[in-house]
Design a protein around this ligand. Sequence first.
Ligand code: PEP
Ligand code: MN
Length: 352
Amino acid sequence: MIIVMKSGAPEMEIDRICTEVTTWGLSPEKIVGRYKVVIGLVGDTAERDPLQLQEISPWIEQVLRVEHPFKRASRDFRHGEPSEIPVATPEGTVYFGQHCPIVTIAGPCSVENEQMIVETARRVKAAGAKFLRGGAYKPRTSPYAFQGHGESALDLLAAAREASGLGIITEVMDAEDIDKITKVADVLQVGARNMQNFALLKKVGAQNKPVLLKRGMSATIDEWLMAAEYVMAAGNPNVILCERGIRTFDRGYTRNTLDLSVVPVLRNLTHLPIVIDPSHGTGWSQYVPAMAKAAVAVGTDGLMIEVHPTPQKALSDGAQSLTPEAFDELMGELGTIGRVVGRWPQEAAVLA
Ligand code: PEP
Ligand code: MN
């Protein structure tokens, strides 16, 4: 349920309502939107009559039910207003959101050595990326495949952050690594394979860094939003959703099926920002530009693109990685479409 306050409702009255609903066993969450204050109520509201609730204050405009199983993640919970998620980076705060410039995240699948990660960081920054991605801990299908350099790769990400000024996004696979990773990363990535690792979701929800939550490869949209709800229910409202392709019957020509229809569908369901990953979504570098451009046209809030200085030598996901030169060219093309949809230039993504 949500309580929509009238414009100009006094702060003291909002606090009084929050205290009152707490005595009924509900958890109120005050959401200060651009135009209105909304109080989201989480808990057992089934027996509560919205009209009765409305009578507790003359400053209440409306009381509405949130019909979805996900509450905090639901668009209704913010009375239709999209979230803008601020992420602190060395060069200022970058915002992810429906009314913000598109944010590009780029970098290799795995952090391999200092030279390659620093070089990639500099190149993608020059092309307009705001974040460097790179895995220190890699979820690989085979236990014999390269597993990532682990802790030592975190130091290399720190060096690349320092050298480039980019924010860092890297994956957390094990809750035990969260403290180490948060010292370096500006955003924690939860990978597709861990989307329903509820213990991990609770742990990333109990720390302060924003979370990029990838869609599980066989997850429905409801399951994905319920996973976001886990993070939010544990106390972290800063969740960014990332579509990275799902399993469908045709797996010969592409690695996954990139579900771009999630962008308009999620707009109705959630206030959370959306990032599209055409690299894992297609599995082949030759298909990445077309899908990245389509993602911008369809209204994505961000892109995650794998870039490697020498893709043919990459220790993971080389086939889907763009060279820095191909990334430069793509960013130019994305700018053309991004300007048409009013979500470019990238410079505007940083508000110091
Ligand atoms: C990755 O981003 O490198 C990755 C492993 O992605 P996903 O979890 O989407 O497979
Ligand atoms: Mn990868």
